[in-house]
Design a protein around this ligand. Structure first.
Ligand SMILES: Cc1ncc(COP(=O)(O)O)c(C=O)c1O
Length: 389
C-alpha cells in the first residue's frame, strides 16, 4: 500500500487553483482588492465587525497583544496544551506568561482553576492583564464562564481560535468575537481552510481594529483623519512601530475560495469523528474527546488518548509502528511550560500542570481531514486497534 496518512492535510480543488491563477494574471499581487474581499468574507461568515487578514496566525496574536497595550510587567495567562505561538506572542510584547491547567474532559482552560489563580493573584496584589484561551482541537472553551470572570476581575480576553473555524456555541459560528476582545485565526495548511501561510484578527472593537491595521503595515497611515500634518497626496506617517505582516492577494483569493467550503469541510470532519467515536468509545484502552453540550466541535484535530500504562506497547513504539503502516501521527502538544525556554526563564517545572502533563503522556492525534474516505478510516482504526496491545 503506497498511500500514507498524516494527522491533517489541506483540500485544494481546481476552483481554488483557478482563483489563485486569476489573481496572478492581474495587476495586484498584494495590497489589492482580494485582501479586502477575503476580509469581508470572513467578517460575514463569523459575524465580526472588523477583520484584518495577516501573514499568519502568530502575527495575528502578536498584533493583538500590541494593540491591547501589553507591556513589561503585565501578566497574561494561556493554556499549556497549545502551540508555542499562543505563549510566545505574550513574550513578544514584553509581558509575562502564566498558565492554568486544562479541564480533563474538554482539554480547554479549566475555568475553576482560572478563578483559583485569580484569587491567588488578588491575595498577592497582582493584577491579570489578559487571558488567551485556546479552542483546542476545535472544541470551544467555556466562554460564557470565562467572560464572567473577565468582567468580575477586569482582564482582557483573547480567543486563539486557530483550531476552531466552524465551531459553534448554541448554533452560533460567530461566538468568538461575541465573547473575546479579539480573535486570532490561522490558515496554515493543516487548519480548516488554508492560504498556505496566513491568519486574521477579528474584533468588534473599532479602535482595536484601527491599531491592528496600522501595526500590520509598519505602523504607517495615509488616513487623513489620523495624520498630524499633510504634505500632499504622497504623504504617509509612521505613528507606531509596526511590522510587515501583510497577506498577499493571491493568498486571499485562495482564502475566499476555501472559506466557501468551510461548512462542508467541518461536516466531513464531524462525520469522521462520529465514526471514530463508534469505534473507540466503548473500548477501554481509549479515551475519546468529549463535546461540551450546546457546542459544535470543529475537529481540527482528533486527539485520541491511549492508556499506554495498561498496555505492553509504549507510546514511542506505537508511534513508530504506526509510521511503518504509513500512518504518521503527531502529538498535540508537548505542554508549553515544559519547554526548556519556559523552564529556564520562568521556573516552570514538571508537576505544575498535572492534567496537561498526563494528557501529553496519552495523547496522539490521529488522521482527521475531509479527504479521508470511509475505507481509509477503516484501515486507520483497524491498525490502531491491532497495535494498541
Ligand atoms: C493554537 C494555535 N495558535 C497559533 C498558531 C499559529 O498559527 P500560524 O502557524 O499560522 O502562525 C497555531 C498554529 O499551528 C496554533 O495551532
Amino acid at each position: 500500500m503506497n498511500k500514507f496518512y498524516s494527522y491533517g492535510k489541506q483540500t485544494i480543488e481546481q476552483d481554488d487553483i483557478d482563483a489563485v491563477v486569476e489573481v496572478l494574471k492581474g495587476d495586484w499581487l498584494t495590497q489589492g482588492p482580494y485582501v479586502k474581499k477575503f476580509e469581508n468574507d470572513l467578517s460575514e461568515k463569523f459575524n465580526a465587525k472588523h477583520v484584518s487578514a495577516v501573514s499568519n496566525g502568530t502575527a495575528a496574536l502578536h498584533l493583538i497583544g500590541l494593540a491591547l497595550g501589553w507591556t513589561k510587567g503585565d501578566i497574561v495567562i494561556t493554556t499549556p496544551i497549545t502551540f508555542l505561538a499562543s505563549a510566545n506572542t505574550i513574550l513578544y510584547s514584553g509581558a509575562t506568561p502564566d498558565f492554568v491547567d486544562i479541564d480533563e474532559e474538554t482539554y480547554t482552560l479549566d475555568v475553576i482553576k482560572l478563578e483559583e489563580k485569580l484569587l491567588l493573584y488578588r491575595k498577592y496584589g497582582k493584577q491579570l492583564k489578559a487571558v488567551v484561551a485556546v479552542d483546542f482541537a476545535g472544541q470551544p472553551s467555556d466562554w460564557e464562564k470565562i467572560k464572567k470572570l473577565a468582567n468580575k476581575y477586569n482582564f482582557q480576553l483573547i480567543n486563539d481560535n486557530c483550531h476552531a473555524l466552524g465551531a459553534e456555541i448554541d448554533g452560533n459560528t460567530g461566538y468568538a468575537t461575541q465573547y473575546a476582545d479579539a480573535v486570532a485565526m490561522s490558515f496554515h495548511p493543516v487548519k480548516h481552510i488554508t492560504t498556505g501561510e496566513g491568519g486574521a484578527v477579528l474584533t468588534n472593537n473599532s479602535e482595536l481594529d484601527k491599531k491592528i491595521k496600522m501595526l500590520r503595515t509598519h505602523g504607517m497611515t495615509k488616513d487623513e483623519m489620523l495624520l498630524r500634518q499633510n504634505d500632499g497626496p504622497w504623504y504617509y506617517e509612521m505613528q507606531e512601530l509596526g511590522f510587515n505582516y501583510r497577506i498577499t492577494d493571491f493568498q486571499s483569493a485562495l482564502g475566499s475560495s476555501q472559506l466557501s467550503k468551510l461548512d462542508s469541510f467541518v461536516e466531513r470532519r464531524n462525520e469522521i469523528a462520529s465514526y471514530y467515536k463508534l469505534q473507540f468509545d466503548s473500548d477501554d484502552r481509549f479515551i475519546i474527546p468529549k463535546v461540551k453540550p450546546n457546542t459544535k466541535h470543529a475537529y481540527h484535530l482528533y486527539p485520541l488518548q491511549i492508556k499506554f500504562d495498561n498496555l505492553k506497547i509504549s507510546k514511542i513504539e506505537f508511534f513508530e509502528k504506526m509510521k511503518e503502516k504509513n500512518i504518521r501521527l503527531q502529538v498535540h502538544y508537548i505542554p508549553v511550560h515544559l519547554q526548556p525556554y519556559y523552564k529556564d526563564n520562568f521556573g516552570f517545572k514538571e508537576g505544575d500542570y498535572p492534567i496537561a502533563e498526563n494528557f501529553y503522556k496519552q495523547e496522539i492525534s490521529i488522521p482527521m481531514y475531509p479527504a479521508l474516505e470511509d475505507d481509509d478510516l477503516e484501515y486507520i482504526v483497524k491498525t490502531i486497534k491491532e497495535l494498541a496491545v
